[in-house]
Design a protein around this ligand. Structure first.
Ligand SMILES: Cc1cc2nc3c(=O)[nH]c(=O)nc-3n(C[C@H](O)[C@H](O)[C@H](O)COP(=O)(O)OP(=O)(O)OC[C@H]3O[C@@H](n4cnc5c(N)ncnc54)[C@H](O)[C@@H]3O)c2cc1C
Length: 400
């Protein structure tokens, strides 16, 4: 893992004024801060966590995020640690039943890579540190006073018993799925929660299969994905009808055995429910909502963190343009563009989620046919291969 700068203990020297307040130092907030810094603006970045690190959530990094991070000077540190992926191998009753390549026929961008989220965040934070911006860990956004006048907000932030008021011209709300900024604005996402429970397990295993591909194991109850992480580690994810720790261990043992391997250790396991939710607008006067604060997707298809990164980059750059007066409509336009991208991703991930998790005999019969059909089409047609790559890679299409 790249060394993240060591966190400051909560300090009292929080500035009272900043041009931009970024709430949240996850992938969206740090990418927004890097984009602002590149445009010559020093944002104030706060995060309620005591320091970097935490749960491994996202592991799949799309080429679109690598393009953005390359532009911001942080991609090399991520690629150097990550596992590159060439495609998806699908295993049914027989091994290697279907193959879905994940690259463009004339590849001009990087392939997808896999890395645990704390390592990715550490590399982003190291880039932020090099740009001279330090995250104020331990400070939590508490409430928003109504704009004093157009372009001037006052946000109350707290760290334990300490309370401060920060005045700023713009707020970037990158504070995740339970966004306090979203709540302070009285906004609610529309959408729903999927009924099926998902499990995620990080494990160490000896597996005699190619590490440069994602492995999808088809089963009667859905599809389970086994994704290679650096250093003999794997991410296993799927649907779980029953879900205590013993069930997850036996799920992991079965999946690893199907690929002819041995489970060495189950390092972390959890269950959760996925959502399909989005805000009506990502922009309110002087405030932009990005990443999980604005939209929530199923993890199938690996889009959530990658959309968050693209949101942060677009909004950070647009806020800088607006504050410098080069383009006063930039933020509204960027927010509308990012919402359209999120709507498209909600549709794609919804289809993927339904195909992979639908219960019952009919679905179990259709799933292999769907994967085999897709595999045959992408083997024959360069256009189909390009469409598959473009639909998940988050490499921006011209004019979007
Ligand atoms: C099990 C699982 C697997 C996933 N796998 C993938 C994947 O493979 N690929 C993918 O693209 N996505 C994946 N995702 C989704 C991905 O993790 C999220 O979409 C991504 O982390 C969103 O980034 P973010 O910066 O918007 O929010 P977050 O990462 O949630 O960051 C928000 C930050 O805001 C801080 N914060 C919260 N409230 C406050 C407050 N009041 N004041 C100050 N700070 C605050 C938090 O401490 C946090 O640091 C997965 C999610 C889960 C749960």
């Amino acid at each position: 893992m790249a060394d993240a700068p060591s966190p400051d203990p909560v300090v009292d020297d929080l500035p009272e004024r900043a041009e931009v307040l970024v709430v949240g130092a996850g992938p969206a907030g740090v990418t927004a801060a890097l984009a602002l810094a590149r445009a010559g603006i020093d944002p104030l970045v706060i995060d309620r966590r005591p320091g970097p690190g935490g749960q491994t959530r996202a592991v799949w990094i799309q080429p679109g995020s690598l393009e953005i991070w390359h532009h911001l000077g942080v991609a090399d540190a991520i690629v150097a640690q990550a596992q590159e992926i060439r495609g998806i191998a699908v295993h049914g009753r027989r091994r290697d039943m279907a193959w879905l390549p994940l690259d463009e026929p004339d590849l001009s961008v990087h392939r997808p890579v896999l890395l645990d989220q704390p390592s990715t965040e550490a590399a982003l934070l190291a880039g932020l540190d090099r740009a001279g911006i330090r995250v104020r860990w331990g400070w939590r956004f508490a409430e928003l006073r109504r704009p004093l006048r157009a372009g001037a907000h006052a946000a109350t932030v707290e760290a334990g018993p300490r309370r401060r008021v920060v005045r700023c011209r713009e707020v970037v709300a990158a504070d995740g799925s339970h966004s306090a900024v979203r709540a302070a604005l009285g906004l609610r996402m529309t959408g729903h929660t999927y009924p099926r429970v998902l499990y995620v397990a990080d494990l160490t295993a000896d597996l005699a299969v190619e590490r440069d591909r994602a492995h999808v194991l088809l089963a009667g109850d859905g599809a389970h994905a086994l994704l290679p992480l650096p250093r003999d580690r794997w991410r296993l994810a799927g649907t779980a009808p029953a879900c205590d720790e013993d069930d997850l261990r036996s799920q992991a043992t079965t999946a690893v055995r199907r690929l002819g391997g041995d489970l060495r250790s189950l390092d972390a396991a959890s269950t959760h429910q996925a959502h399909r939710r989005i805000l009506d607008s990502f922009r309110h006067p002087g405030i932009s909502l990005v990443g999980d604060a604005a939209h929530l997707h199923s993890p199938v298809g690996g889009q959530g963190m990658n959309l968050a990164v693209a949101d942060g980059h677009a909004i950070g750059g647009a806020v800088a343009d607006a504050l410098r007066g080069t383009d006063r409509r930039a933020v509204e336009e960027a927010a509308a563009r990012r919402r359209r991208a999120a709507v498209r991703a909600l549709r794609t991930t919804d289809v993927m989620f339904r195909v992979q998790t639908a219960p019952g005999r009919a679905a179990a019969l259709v799933r292999p046919l769907a994967f085999r059909g897709l595999s045959a089409v992408t083997a024959r047609s360069r256009t189909a291969r390009r469409v598959l790559f473009r639909s998940v890679s988050q490499v921006p299409r011209p004019g979007r």
